[in-house]
Design a binder for this molecule. Structure first.
Ligand code: PA5
Ligand code: NI
Length: 194
């Protein structure tokens, strides 16, 4: 655990040659997050699709350590809304994260507890710095390729999923005329309304 360690992360697959956890997140874990509730229920009734996967390299969850791994969001849509991660604030709000896009095409949707928002494009070679305090969600805007990112964040960050489950993200990414479009989330709970 405390010896220097290396592994390979090479294309075109970009599955780490070593990992400790393989997390698989399915449609059923995203209740209330997609705008089109009917489309969500219709797909779920047929198949609990795998939306995204994470390969984690385990490290102690303490300050000073860096947790890292690979996130893979599969292509697809619920209604017009692209497949995406749950998204979260870090439990220790004042912790940042770095993403490096390995493959595919997408967007990172971000917001602060005060309701400031930002969206950054992801494509191979792109490095994204998510500053402390910004919730983050990866969205795959490609029609037929995985969105793959390498991520690194402090060991003590933790994941707060509950806040986003309750308030949603302020912005959603939908497909319109074959292009990604950013819209206001009509169900978003603004800071004053929480
Ligand atoms: O640390 C991160 O932000 C990523 O590793 C995410 O956990 C990953 O992309 C999966 O998303 P989520 O944790 O929101 O389900
Ligand atoms: Ni994070």
């Amino acid at each position: 655990m405390d010896k220097p360690n290396s592994f390979e992360l090479t294309g075109p697959e970009f599955i780490p040659s070593q990992y400790d956890h393989h997390i698989v997140r399915k449609l059923s874990s995203m209740v209330g997050q997609y705008l089109d509730i009917e489309a969500y229920q219709e797909i779920l009734a047929k198949d609990d699709l795998v939306l995204y996967e994470v390969y984690e390299i385990k490290r102690p969850e303490v300050a000073g350590e860096l947790l890292h791994g690979v996130s893979i969001v599969h292509p697809g849509k619920v209604g017009q809304e692209y497949f995406m991660t749950k998204g979260h604030f870090h439990t220790v709000l004042n912790t940042a994260e770095v993403y490096y896009c390995l493959k595919g095409q997408g967007m990172m949707v971000m917001e602060t507890p005060e309701g400031d928002w930002a969206i950054e494009e992801l494509y191979p070679g792109r490095v994204l710095y998510v500053p402390p305090r910004w919730a983050h969600r990866s969205v795959n805007t490609a029609s037929n390729s995985d969105l793959m990112t390498f991520f690194i964040y402090p060991g003590n960050s933790g994941h707060d999923y509950g806040t986003i489950e309750q308030q949603g993200f302020r912005k959603l990414i939908l497909e319109e005329a074959g292009q990604p479009k950013v819209i206001d989330n009509p169900r978003w709970k603004a800071p004053g309304a929480r």
